[in-house]
Design a binder for this molecule. Structure first.
Ligand SMILES: Nc1nc2c(ncn2[C@@H]2O[C@H](COP(=O)(O)OP(=O)(O)O)[C@@H](O)[C@H]2O)c(=O)[nH]1
Ligand SMILES: [Mg+2]
Length: 145
Protein backbone atom coordinates (compact mmCIF):
# COMPACT_ATOMS: atom_id res chain seq x y z
CA UNK A 1 0.00 0.00 0.00
CA UNK A 2 1.19 3.53 -0.71
CA UNK A 3 1.40 5.73 2.31
CA UNK A 4 3.54 8.64 1.09
CA UNK A 5 4.97 9.80 -2.24
CA UNK A 6 6.07 7.66 -5.15
CA UNK A 7 7.11 4.08 -4.48
CA UNK A 8 10.83 3.38 -4.48
CA UNK A 9 12.65 1.62 -7.31
CA UNK A 10 13.04 -1.98 -6.28
CA UNK A 11 13.69 -5.48 -7.56
CA UNK A 12 11.56 -8.53 -7.03
CA UNK A 13 11.89 -12.22 -7.77
CA UNK A 14 9.25 -13.63 -10.11
CA UNK A 15 8.93 -17.26 -11.17
CA UNK A 16 6.70 -18.82 -13.79
CA UNK A 17 5.94 -22.16 -12.14
CA UNK A 18 6.07 -25.52 -13.96
CA UNK A 19 2.34 -25.41 -14.76
CA UNK A 20 2.70 -21.97 -16.35
CA UNK A 21 5.70 -22.99 -18.42
CA UNK A 22 4.00 -26.24 -19.51
CA UNK A 23 0.87 -24.32 -20.52
CA UNK A 24 2.89 -22.04 -22.79
CA UNK A 25 2.22 -18.96 -20.66
CA UNK A 26 5.82 -17.73 -20.44
CA UNK A 27 5.44 -15.15 -23.21
CA UNK A 28 2.03 -14.01 -21.99
CA UNK A 29 3.27 -13.42 -18.45
CA UNK A 30 6.48 -11.71 -19.57
CA UNK A 31 4.37 -9.55 -21.92
CA UNK A 32 2.14 -8.45 -19.05
CA UNK A 33 5.19 -7.54 -16.95
CA UNK A 34 6.73 -5.52 -19.80
CA UNK A 35 3.49 -3.78 -20.74
CA UNK A 36 3.01 -2.76 -17.12
CA UNK A 37 6.28 -0.85 -17.51
CA UNK A 38 8.44 -3.08 -15.35
CA UNK A 39 11.93 -4.00 -16.51
CA UNK A 40 13.17 -7.58 -16.84
CA UNK A 41 16.74 -7.34 -15.56
CA UNK A 42 17.59 -11.05 -15.76
CA UNK A 43 15.90 -14.25 -16.87
CA UNK A 44 16.76 -17.93 -16.55
CA UNK A 45 14.90 -21.10 -17.49
CA UNK A 46 15.66 -24.46 -15.98
CA UNK A 47 14.85 -27.06 -13.39
CA UNK A 48 15.01 -26.04 -9.74
CA UNK A 49 16.88 -28.50 -7.56
CA UNK A 50 14.87 -29.95 -4.71
CA UNK A 51 17.17 -28.48 -2.04
CA UNK A 52 16.82 -25.02 -3.62
CA UNK A 53 13.03 -25.39 -3.75
CA UNK A 54 13.03 -26.36 -0.05
CA UNK A 55 15.06 -23.25 0.76
CA UNK A 56 12.87 -21.07 -1.45
CA UNK A 57 9.73 -22.16 0.44
CA UNK A 58 11.41 -22.53 3.87
CA UNK A 59 8.73 -20.37 5.55
CA UNK A 60 6.19 -23.09 4.70
CA UNK A 61 8.23 -26.09 5.89
CA UNK A 62 5.75 -26.99 8.66
CA UNK A 63 2.68 -26.70 6.44
CA UNK A 64 0.93 -29.92 5.34
CA UNK A 65 1.36 -29.07 1.66
CA UNK A 66 5.13 -28.43 1.87
CA UNK A 67 6.20 -31.78 0.41
CA UNK A 68 3.74 -31.51 -2.45
CA UNK A 69 4.80 -27.91 -3.10
CA UNK A 70 8.52 -28.70 -3.24
CA UNK A 71 7.88 -31.76 -5.37
CA UNK A 72 5.83 -29.72 -7.84
CA UNK A 73 8.25 -26.78 -8.10
CA UNK A 74 11.23 -29.06 -8.70
CA UNK A 75 9.39 -31.40 -11.08
CA UNK A 76 9.66 -29.54 -14.38
CA UNK A 77 11.33 -26.39 -15.74
CA UNK A 78 10.52 -22.97 -14.36
CA UNK A 79 11.33 -19.49 -15.68
CA UNK A 80 12.95 -17.20 -13.10
CA UNK A 81 12.97 -13.44 -13.51
CA UNK A 82 14.50 -10.42 -11.82
CA UNK A 83 11.91 -7.68 -12.25
CA UNK A 84 12.71 -4.04 -11.53
CA UNK A 85 10.62 -0.90 -11.29
CA UNK A 86 8.85 1.55 -9.05
CA UNK A 87 7.03 -0.41 -6.39
CA UNK A 88 7.81 -3.60 -8.32
CA UNK A 89 7.09 -5.94 -5.40
CA UNK A 90 3.50 -4.81 -4.82
CA UNK A 91 2.91 -4.23 -8.54
CA UNK A 92 3.75 -7.87 -9.28
CA UNK A 93 1.67 -9.21 -6.37
CA UNK A 94 -1.31 -7.19 -7.58
CA UNK A 95 -0.88 -8.42 -11.15
CA UNK A 96 -0.64 -12.03 -9.90
CA UNK A 97 -3.79 -11.93 -7.81
CA UNK A 98 -4.53 -13.86 -4.59
CA UNK A 99 -2.77 -17.15 -3.79
CA UNK A 100 -5.93 -19.20 -4.34
CA UNK A 101 -7.02 -18.74 -7.97
CA UNK A 102 -10.62 -19.36 -6.88
CA UNK A 103 -10.43 -15.94 -5.20
CA UNK A 104 -8.52 -14.25 -8.02
CA UNK A 105 -10.43 -11.75 -10.16
CA UNK A 106 -10.28 -11.78 -13.96
CA UNK A 107 -7.48 -9.58 -15.22
CA UNK A 108 -5.00 -11.04 -12.76
CA UNK A 109 -2.61 -13.75 -13.92
CA UNK A 110 -4.03 -16.32 -11.49
CA UNK A 111 -7.59 -15.20 -12.17
CA UNK A 112 -7.12 -15.65 -15.90
CA UNK A 113 -5.00 -18.81 -16.05
CA UNK A 114 -5.40 -20.94 -12.90
CA UNK A 115 -8.02 -22.78 -10.85
CA UNK A 116 -6.03 -24.75 -8.23
CA UNK A 117 -4.09 -23.24 -5.30
CA UNK A 118 -1.38 -25.87 -5.78
CA UNK A 119 -0.91 -24.92 -9.43
CA UNK A 120 -1.25 -21.17 -9.56
CA UNK A 121 1.13 -20.40 -12.44
CA UNK A 122 3.31 -17.72 -10.88
CA UNK A 123 5.35 -16.73 -7.83
CA UNK A 124 6.35 -13.24 -6.74
CA UNK A 125 8.21 -12.12 -3.60
CA UNK A 126 5.82 -10.87 -0.90
CA UNK A 127 8.00 -8.08 0.52
CA UNK A 128 11.43 -6.41 0.46
CA UNK A 129 13.07 -8.97 2.76
CA UNK A 130 11.78 -11.97 0.84
CA UNK A 131 12.73 -10.29 -2.45
CA UNK A 132 16.30 -9.83 -1.27
CA UNK A 133 16.48 -13.39 0.05
CA UNK A 134 14.96 -14.98 -3.06
CA UNK A 135 17.02 -12.91 -5.50
CA UNK A 136 20.19 -13.90 -3.67
CA UNK A 137 19.12 -17.57 -3.60
CA UNK A 138 18.32 -17.82 -7.31
CA UNK A 139 20.48 -15.17 -8.97
CA UNK A 140 23.30 -14.47 -6.51
CA UNK A 141 24.09 -11.49 -4.35
CA UNK A 142 24.91 -9.11 -7.20
CA UNK A 143 21.31 -8.66 -8.29
CA UNK A 144 19.85 -8.56 -4.79
CA UNK A 145 20.69 -4.91 -4.09
N1 LIG B 1 -1.60 -27.69 -2.22
C1 LIG B 1 -1.65 -26.51 -1.58
N2 LIG B 1 -0.76 -25.57 -1.95
C2 LIG B 1 -0.80 -24.39 -1.30
C3 LIG B 1 -1.72 -24.10 -0.27
N3 LIG B 1 -1.50 -22.84 0.18
C4 LIG B 1 -0.48 -22.37 -0.56
N4 LIG B 1 -0.05 -23.31 -1.45
C5 LIG B 1 1.02 -23.18 -2.43
O1 LIG B 1 2.17 -22.65 -1.77
C6 LIG B 1 2.59 -21.47 -2.45
C7 LIG B 1 3.21 -20.53 -1.46
O2 LIG B 1 2.20 -20.09 -0.57
P1 LIG B 1 2.10 -18.56 -0.17
O3 LIG B 1 3.48 -18.01 0.04
O4 LIG B 1 1.14 -18.48 0.98
O5 LIG B 1 1.40 -17.89 -1.45
P2 LIG B 1 1.95 -16.93 -2.59
O6 LIG B 1 2.98 -16.03 -1.94
O7 LIG B 1 0.75 -16.17 -3.06
O8 LIG B 1 2.52 -17.79 -3.68
C8 LIG B 1 1.34 -20.94 -3.15
O9 LIG B 1 1.63 -20.17 -4.28
C9 LIG B 1 0.62 -22.21 -3.51
O10 LIG B 1 1.04 -22.73 -4.79
C10 LIG B 1 -2.66 -25.13 0.11
O11 LIG B 1 -3.48 -24.96 1.00
N5 LIG B 1 -2.56 -26.31 -0.59
MG1 LIG C 1 4.59 -16.49 -0.76
Amino acid sequence: MRTDGAPAMERTFVMIKPDGVAAGLTGEIIGRIERRGLDIVAIRKGGMERAVAEEHYVEHRERPFFGELVEFISSDPVVMLVVEGQGAIVAMRTMMGPTDPQDAPPGTIRGDYALDVGQNVVHGSDGPESAERELALHFGVLVAA
